[in-house]
Design a protein around this ligand. Structure first.
Ligand SMILES: O=C(O)[C@H](O)[C@@H](O)[C@H](O)[C@H](O)COP(=O)(O)O
Length: 270
């Protein structure tokens, strides 16, 4: 692994898998982590827009993921940090709970409250995963529809559009998005999967699968707290993705583990 600061240009060595070696950034606490990730995300989206004219991000729920979005909204309100054209950002989600659209468990709701309602997005570029009251009776239908949306955005017969940054939280047992250890989603080769009997409520969800996650340019894992420290160490120590899904969350250009000191406390010292 390599260590750097959140705003650093990413230039990672290749690991044996042919993927870049994960980059690890440690902040003192969750608040510093959220602020640092927000600054880095704004810079990354602006850089993508400078190259492509547009930027794309996959959002995560969870405490740190939501805190990051709140900090991004605060930055967007400061003229000197307003470097992103929010009307040219595509927003996708890594997973969603298959519950009604206004249910407090929806990741979409948290994202809308913390950031999406506060910046001038193009509604056509905001792509929530369908809720259970959006016209799909089963999560499998919602998953297939979301895969179609991604493929349509990608064009040219491809499955996934360019995703500049894919954000993921991680559970204490190493789940990412709604891919849980030893679950069918961990070995599913579809880009979007329905998740049933999820060990963490609510039980029915829709999630990106590994083929979609690993198609992103950069994957950023946002992790805070001592309760995640062992899973962080195992993931970076070479665990199998089926045992510890976070280990399989790798970007094409970069994989960044953005940690607070507690989450990093079981890593070997650099
Ligand atoms: O229900 C879920 O699956 C969670 O929302 C999960 O995906 C979350 O992102 C991680 O567990 C990290 O959450 P924290 O950042 O709150 O620890």
């Amino acid at each position: 692994m390599t260590h750097s600061s959140p705003g650093d240009q990413v230039d990672q060595a290749l690991s044996e898998s042919g993927r870049p070696t994960p980059d690890v950034v440690v902040q003192p606490d969750a608040d510093h982590l959220a602020r640092a990730v927000a600054s880095a995300l704004v810079a990354r989206l602006a850089a993508a827009q400078a190259v492509h004219g547009t930027a794309s991000v996959v959002l995560t729920g969870g405490g740190i993921g939501t805190a990051v979005l709140e900090r991004v909204a605060a930055l967007a309100a400061e003229p000197e940090h307003a470097v992103v054209d929010w009307g040219a950002v595509d927003v996708w989600w890594g997973d969603e709970r298959f519950v009604p659209v206004d249910h407090p468990d929806r990741n979409e709701l948290g994202a809308r409250e913390s950031l999406l309602s506060k910046v001038a997005l193009d509604p056509e570029r905001v792509h929530p995963i369908p809720s259970s009251d959006a016209g799909f009776d089963e999560p499998e239908e919602a998953a297939a529809w979301y895969a179609e949306q991604l493929a349509t955005a990608a064009g040219e017969g491809r499955t996934m559009p360019r995703i500049d940054v894919l954000l993921l939280g991680m559970g204490p047992e190493g789940h990412v998005a709604s891919i849980f250890p030893d679950s069918p989603a961990a070995t599913d080769d579809r880009p979007v999967v329905a998740v049933r009997d999820c060990p963490k409520p609510p039980p029915t969800r829709v999630s990106l699968g590994f083929p979609a996650i690993t198609a992103a340019e950069e994957v950023w894992l946002l992790v805070s707290g001592e309760g995640k420290a062992e899973a962080v160490a195992r993931a970076l120590g070479g665990a199998e993705p089926v045992d510890l899904p976070a280990a399989g969350a790798q970007g094409k250009q970069a994989t960044r583990w953005l940690l607070d000191a507690a989450a990093a406390s079981r890593l070997p010292r650099a």
